[in-house]
Design a protein around this ligand. Structure first.
Ligand SMILES: Nc1ncnc2c1ncn2[C@@H]1O[C@H](COP(=O)(O)OP(=O)(O)OP(=O)(O)O)[C@@H](O)[C@H]1O
Length: 254
């Protein structure tokens, strides 16, 4: 579903070229949930933006949903941490934003059905400021799903939310994924979130960004955060960042 092949990306800042991503290759299968973890500044968002078509690689190629990524496409949509809702449009009008090519009746009924899917059909006429942060992110999720993309890219989608709202939305995302089977690629700083959601976790190293390790999460769903399996994968990932284990004196920020 996603095939990133030998991708390199350099950015110019303060008159200097900086190699951000070097020789990144990865494949993501149809319906998979894959998380990308890595320390701050290692290039996770850059990689996601390239897959979304917001920018192009210097070298290498990216194929998503069957065609080469040269520009943004409705088959591959991005969900941001700050929801990206338009404050002057009602909830249902925000969800309809991605459906402007559809006839008005189809637009409205599809928007309402995805609002129902995220449990917000009773708030369709509210405005974003009348909703909690968790609800606003659910509206953003409904808007992304209503487009019926093949791939959803998520850049720290739940990072701005409190712990319990985050847990709630992670559960909700998995139940929606079980119905819709959309391929999900998620950038996160939250190791628990990565273990809870993912089929596979890709750990990036920095300077320049590269895929350092791939960890398959084999636990069946629903996953219990207190179960030994969960702790096993959590430790496996944290060990990669040296938060646990013998090299604790090294300071890492993820
Ligand atoms: N448009 C740009 N122009 C110049 N440099 C950029 C641009 N976008 C990103 N960078 C640089 O690329 C590097 C990687 O940034 P990126 O946002 O991809 O990292 P990240 O791993 O997502 O970080 P974080 O976890 O803090 O969000 C950083 O050094 C950043 O300053």
């Amino acid at each position: 579903m996603v095939d990133v092949s030998e991708v390199t990306k350099t950015y110019k800042a303060a008159g200097k070229n900086e190699l951000i991503l070097s020789d990144i290759s990865l494949q993501i299968r149809d319906g998979e949930i894959v998380s990308i973890l890595g320390q701050s500044g290692c290039g996770k968002s850059t990689l996601l933006h390239l897959i979304a078509g917001f920018d192009t690689p210097d070298e290498g190629s990216i194929i998503a949903a069957g065609s080469e990524v040269l520009r943004p496409s409705k088959r591959c949509v991005m969900l941001f941490q700050n929801y990206g809702l338009l404050p002057w449009r009602s909830v249902v009008n925000n969800v309809e934003l991605g459906l402007l090519d559809e006839p008005p009746e189809e637009r409205r009924s599809r928007a309402l059905s995805y609002l129902k899917l995220v449990g917000l059909d009773d708030r369709s006429n509210h405005f974003p400021h009348q909703l909690s942060g968790g609800m606003q992110q659910r509206v953003a999720l409904a808007r992304a799903l209503a487009i019926r993309p093949t791939i959803i890219l998520m850049d720290e989608p739940f990072a701005a939310l409190d712990t319990f709202t985050r847990y709630y939305l992670q559960n909700e995302l998995l139940s929606i994924h079980a119905k819709e089977k959309t391929t999900i690629v998620l950038v996160t700083h939250d190791v628990d979130e990565a273990v809870f959601l993912s089929d596979r976790v890709l750990i990036m190293s920095a300077g320049p960004g590269q895929i350092h390790k791939e960890i398959h999460i084999h636990s069946p769903r629903p996953r219990d955060r207190g179960h030994a399996d969960f702790q096993y994968y959590r430790k496996l990932i944290l060990d990669e960042f040296r938060f646990t284990g013998p090299q604790m004196s090294e300071e890492y920020s993820i």
